[in-house]
Write a protein that binds this ligand. Sequence first.
Ligand code: PEP
Length: 253
Amino acid sequence: MAKKIVAGNWKMNKNLQEGIELAKELNEALTADKPNCGVIICTPFIHLAKVSEIINHNVINLGAENCADKEVGAFTGEVSAEMVKSTGAEYVILGHSERREYYNETPEILKEKVDIALANGLQVIFCIGESLAQREANEQNAVVKAELEGSVFHLTEEQFKNIVIAYEPIWAIGTGKTATAEQAEEIHAYIRSVVAEKYGKAVADETSILYGGSCKASNAPELFAKPNIDGGLIGGASLKTADFKGIIDAWKK
Ligand code: PEP
């Protein structure tokens, strides 16, 4: 059985003080009422070290939203996987559609980032998902398969066990338009079958496949009830403790 996970992606929101406040609040809420799933918060780089000190890592894990495609050196403005790891973070999100689209992150660049993140002991939340035009052309399966082949299917089986997949249809991110539970389940089952073809059924069954795209407390129970949906990657609704906890609590229903 794959681990159930609810992960938050703060994106470029919250200044340092606001981020600390949110982390404290969430830590208190989840210490008082323990979650039934793994919980990860992925924050901007500037929050990582401080948030790492605040949270109980037995209840909440910490992740970055990106890392460099180079190990170390003269790359002004970049933050390496090793630096991320040194803050106490355990995860990094790679391949988010916003990074692919606005920062031209290609499958080759993402492959480098994945390799460096894993080499530095980080687990990777690897995002895949089709655009609206691709969905309308019924190309979603080919798109997600190519994204996996392009950046993570070169990994050994042992390495691949450190990958969490997040299926995020681009047309559902931040739009309020959620994939139906049936649509999400269909493609999650397909993604698991592709992982099984590559790494075998046992590895595929252990791979957490999260859904992302306008997931909220009201639709999480229906999505999480599906057999191939192992949780969510949450953007907007991870920015308020009550909203995020509402999604985490979907695993108690
Ligand atoms: C995301 O960008 O990872 C995401 C799922 O965003 P939202 O929940 O806001 O749609």
